[in-house]
Design a protein around this ligand. Structure first.
Ligand SMILES: Cc1cc2nc3c(=O)[nH]c(=O)nc-3n(C[C@H](O)[C@H](O)[C@H](O)COP(=O)(O)OP(=O)(O)OC[C@H]3O[C@@H](n4cnc5c(N)ncnc54)[C@H](O)[C@@H]3O)c2cc1C
Length: 254
């Protein structure tokens, strides 16, 4: 690849299927969880709750799971099912899918009538992984190109923006001076790798211990009493939200 001939520094920020990563020969260590997701929108109806209650929620039934986000003028919904069974979901037909959604979230009985075409759904093959190394002389990977985040917690955008922030903080001076050393690029990975690994470990634990159990069980899972108690204590309950919003290590534009 001749990126070194063209520019002082090439930043690969081209997402989860990064061509730059591929061309540079970086291998990603995959920690792919056993699930796929269908993303779709449902209309916000006048009778829907207007308060903060239920803006983000989830549920499960019959080995399927739903993640629901209130986007104010519509509902963003993720329908989670075991990896590799999309063809079964599709073969079951739209009516079966609508019924499955309502079985999990009965309040969507009216909303699902708006689902009448498979083109309304985006299939997300869930992947999670990270490159052991994010740089080479003249090249740096950031965001999903260097670490594909699982959708658990919806942290991908935040982590990509934080990578860009740290990269700009650390590389602005070397770029201005016309010389970017490998050690400068290493600093970017050093600062961002730890928070990424922490959050990926947390996502992986949730996927393996909670979501995988839900998807393999027809009767649902029992939430341990300690976890149920913990989510009622504000200081503990708020930890995941803070981790999602700010990460393990906050990044500020210098
Ligand atoms: C269906 C789905 C739902 C998601 N929901 C959420 C969510 O709710 N919250 C959240 O935080 N994260 C979510 N994510 C993850 C999030 O989108 C990513 O983690 C985040 O966008 C990564 O940012 P990025 O800049 O690294 O890559 P991207 O946002 O993927 O940006 C990469 C850019 O590079 C461009 N590109 C790629 N190849 C080339 C090329 N050869 N030439 C020129 N341009 C190119 C692409 O067009 C794209 O604009 C979701 C992901 C998916 C797939």
């Amino acid at each position: 690849m001749d990126y070194m001939k063209c520019a002082l520094l090439t930043v690969g920020a081209d997402g989860r299927f990064s061509n730059v990563r591929h061309l540079a020969g970086f291998e990603m260590i995959k920690t792919s969880p056993p699930m796929d997701i269908l993303w779709f929108r449902l209309p916000h109806l006048p009778e829907d709750p207007q308060g903060d209650e239920g803006r983000v929620r989830g549920g499960f039934a019959n080995g399927r799971m739903l993640a629901v986000f209130d986007r104010f003028d519509y509902w963003q919904v993720g329908y989670v099912f075991p990896k590799g069974t999309y063809q079964q979901v599709r073969a079951g037909g739209l009516q079966a899918l609508r019924e499955s959604i309502v079985a999990i979230e009965p309040s969507f009985a009216k909303h699902v009538t708006s689902l009448n075409d498979w083109q309304q759904f985006s299939l997300l093959s869930v992947e999670s992984g990270r490159c052991p190394r994010w740089y080479k002389p003249g090249l740096l990977l950031i965001g999903d190109a260097s670490h594909v985040m699982s959708p658990v917690g919806g942290v991908g955008i935040n982590y990509a923006v934080q990578d860009a922030t740290v990269a700009s903080n650390l590389l602005a001076s070397p770029l201005k001076s016309g010389r970017v050393e490998v050690s400068d690029l290493r600093k970017v990975q050093s600062e961002r790798e730890f928070p990424t690994r922490i959050i990926q470990a947390a996502q992986s634990a949730i996927q393996k211990r909670v979501i995988a159990n839900v998807l393999s069980s027809q009767s649902g899972v029992r939430i341990p009493p300690l976890v149920r108690l913990a989510v009622r204590i504000p200081i503990i309950r708020d930890i995941p939200a803070r981790l999602i919003a700010f990460g393990v290590h906050r990044a500020h534009v210098a």
